[in-house]
Design a protein around this ligand. Structure first.
Ligand code: APR
Length: 238
């Protein structure tokens, strides 16, 4: 399996990576839909409801209680999956990393071209004056974080009911359309429009590296059911 993956990568000119929460579980950040995932933990209000635009607007303080506790993980470090993807970009193999994750670990590992479809905890803006605040500011704040101008600060994270950033989506779409190999990993491919992006792929090799089965397995040339950190970490990047 790994030999096939190495061969595909060695023979590819333009590899694009499309990942999800499963890429960061080996950094200690739970994913959403696995048995130990965030959405299977018991809360009075379902996390998918808390992480929605309506809830942010109507229950901002409760949103931030959950968000500070569960969505910001500045202690997490890049794992071998993030690190190898950055190496593969450096040696000219990987053109872009497209991620649904908001933890910034790909950039921390050294990846330069990263399309964050669902935004990032590292970017927070005042809804009134647009001033920027980093993740530490949010962690240090209590209740609803406010700007000096009095405006409420909102994370630059795509909540349910919110659209994806147009420019990011279009850049990611173009990267997928022009790739000859697309590696999809660490995602259940259940949340649209992100999950639907892989249909733009027209290249030779669709590779799935995921612990569990995904709806795209049947279209893939190569399916590896395993841990992304171990599989990607074992690749040669030269
Ligand atoms: N290696 C490989 N695959 C893994 C690993 C791992 N170490 N850990 C988990 N997985 C797989 C799981 O088998 C699962 O299929 O990663 C997938 C994670 O799926 P989800 O928890 O649904 O995460 P994701 O697909 O990123 O969710 C998409 O849902 O709630 C929204 O905005 C949120 O971006 C998120 C989106």
């Amino acid at each position: 399996m790994l030999k096939n993956l190495q061969k595909i990568i060695d023979e590819s000119k333009s590899v694009v990576f499309f990942g999800g929460a499963g890429i960061s579980t080996e950094s200690g950040i739970p994913d959403f839909r696995s048995v130990d995932g965030l959405y299977n933990q018991k809360y009075d209000v379902p996390p998918e409801k808390i992480l929605s635009h309506t809830y942010f607007m109507e229950e901002t303080e409760k949103f931030y209680d959950f968000y500070r506790d569960k969505m910001i993980a500045l202690w997490a470090k890049p794992n071998p999956a993030h690190l190898k993807l950055a190496e593969l970009e450096k040696c000219g193999k990987i053109r872009a990393v497209i991620t649904q994750n908001i933890d910034g670990l790909h950039q921390q590992a050294g990846s330069k071209i990263v399309y964050e479809l669902h935004g990032s905890v590292h970017r927070n803006y005042c809804m009134k004056c647009g001033r920027f605040f980093d993740a530490q500011f949010i962690l240090n704040s209590t209740g609803v974080p406010k700007c000096q101008c009095g405006g409420t600060i909102k994370p630059d994270v795509v909540l349910y009911e919110e659209p994806l950033d147009d420019k990011t989506f279009t850049s990611a779409e173009r990267a997928i359309m022009t790739a000859d190999t697309l590696i999809v990993s660490g995602t259940s491919l259940t949340v649209y429009p992100a999950a639907g992006m892989i249909r733009y792929f027209q290249g030779d090799n669709l590779v799935l590296i995921n612990r569990d089965e995904t709806p795209a397995d049947k279209y893939a040339n190569l399916v590896i059911h395993g841990k992304a950190g171990e599989v990607l970490g074992a690749l040669r990047a030269d």
